[in-house]
Design a protein around this ligand. Structure first.
Ligand code: NAD
Ligand code: UD1
Length: 342
């Protein structure tokens, strides 16, 4: 019997892509998601891509009783990938209690059930936000974490600490935190992708919505940073590459290959790109008009960050492989398919 993986937040952006990669790797998948930031139709799209409909339960993982009942129904789970969380940085500043409640309680409820049902493996979605603005670039896993700039970022740091302490206290239980850099793009089928509610906060959805005519103009936040063209630099990773890192991490846990029972890895490309480079690349690869203007810096933004990926490359045997142009094109194809543009 193939191994069963619980994917929390599996109808969301990164979760849905990871479900497809897990299915391709031969895993059985059950999704737990309360659809607070995703749609049930994603299950149809996953089925179209893989030919297999994953099991699905609508459950609020921050609710302990509901989470316990979910595990009573699925007692044979081998590993968990925990994506489910609130993720809007700005909103977390306005509504800190909702973020702490959702992101911390969901993790605690899952860990409690790992003990109840002897589920020994978890992969957790962390973020490069835990590094803040690093003093030295690129960032390695030895780069010190900095105090979080937002309640959202703080939930990631606290969750990492909870995992470390949980693994320390419970021999035989293993966790891997993956610190994502900036995930972008969509599945090449254009059947799944990122669907932000309302006005997008993140750069690539704003670009594709502007190109589709839904937004008038992209604002580039700041052109006076200490970078070659003055705009901020990030490490943009293709979401399918990122999903592949989860499959590798799950295999590492299931096959008992980890060196310590709590590990964390940078998951990026190793290359930093400026906002202006990304915008120009999008225009070049799609040939569409993209009105943009320079606007003031966005509060809370850091100047530049990109990953040193050598530890993930060597230790996990995983490397991001898709070119930025291909990734931007996939994001555009997804936007067109959502909007019915030819
Ligand atoms: P997403 O919002 O698309 O997916 C999250 C999913 O979790 C959604 O489907 C939502 O309905 C679900 N969810 C939220 N709270 C829940 C709860 N209490 N119970 C059940 N389901 C719940 O977000 P994403 O971009 O796919 O991000 C996935 C994870 O990766 C998150 O933990 C996020 O913080 C982390 N992350 C994302 C990025 C990014 O740029 N997208 C960067 C770093 C880290
Ligand atoms: C942000 C969060 C990060 C989180 C990630 C995913 C901060 C400081 N970081 O990353 O913790 O994991 O989102 O939700 O908030 N930009 C524009 N115009 C736009 C939108 C963005 O110029 O309309 C610029 C930003 O200023 C930034 C870059 O594009 O320099 C990337 O922005 P974004 O996609 O929002 O990601 P981060 O801010 O890097």
């Amino acid at each position: 019997m193939s191994k069963q993986v619980l994917v929390t937040g599996g109808t969301g952006y990164i979760g849905s892509h990871t479900v497809v990669e897990l299915q391709a790797a031969g895993f059985r998948v059950v999704i737990a998601d309360n659809l607070s930031n995703s749609n049930i139709e994603v299950l149809d799209a996953i089925q179209k891509i893989s030919g297999v409909r994953p099991d699905f339960e609508n459950v609020d993982l921050a609710d302990k009783l509901a989470t316990d009942s979910f595990f009573d129904k699925y007692p044979d789970i081998d590993a968990i990938i925990h994506f489910a969380a609130f993720k809007a940085v700005g909103e977390s500043v306005q509504k800190p209690l909702e973020y702490y409640h959702n992101n911390l309680n969901s993790l605690l409820n899952l860990l409690g059930n790992m003990l109840r049902y002897n589920i020994r493996n978890m992969v957790f979605s962390s973020s490069c936000t835990v590094y803040g603005q690093p003093d030295k670039l690129p960032v390695t896993e030895q780069t010190p974490r900095k105090p979080a700039e937002s309640p959202y970022g703080n939930t990631k740091a606290i969750c990492e600490d909870i995992l470390r302490d949980f693994c320390h206290a419970n021999a035989g239980f293993n966790c891997i935190a993956l610190r994502y850099f900036n995930p972008i793009g969509a599945h090449p089928s254009a059947l799944i992708g990122e669907l932000p509610l309302g006005v997008p906060n993140n750069l690539v959805p704003f670009i594709t919505q502007t190109a589709a005519g839904i937004r008038n103009e992209l604002s580039i936040f700041g052109d006076d940073y200490a970078t070659p063209d003055g705009t901020a630099i990030r490490d943009y990773i293709n979401v399918v590459d990122l999903s592949g890192a989860h499959v590798v991490a799950i295999n590492r846990l299931i096959q008992d290959k980890q060196k310590a029972n709590y590990e964390f890895f940078n998951v990026g490309t190793g290359t930093g790109l400026s906002v202006m480079q990304l915008v120009k690349s999008f225009i070049a690869v799609t040939g569409v008009q993209l009105p943009y203007k320079i606007a003031p810096r966005r509060a809370g933004d850091i100047e530049k960050i990109w990953a040193d990926t050598s530890f993930a490359n060597e230790e996990l045997g995983w490397k991001a492989s898709r070119a930025t142009e291909e990734t931007l094109l996939s994001a555009w194809n997804w936007e067109k398919s959502v909007r019915g543009i030819n």
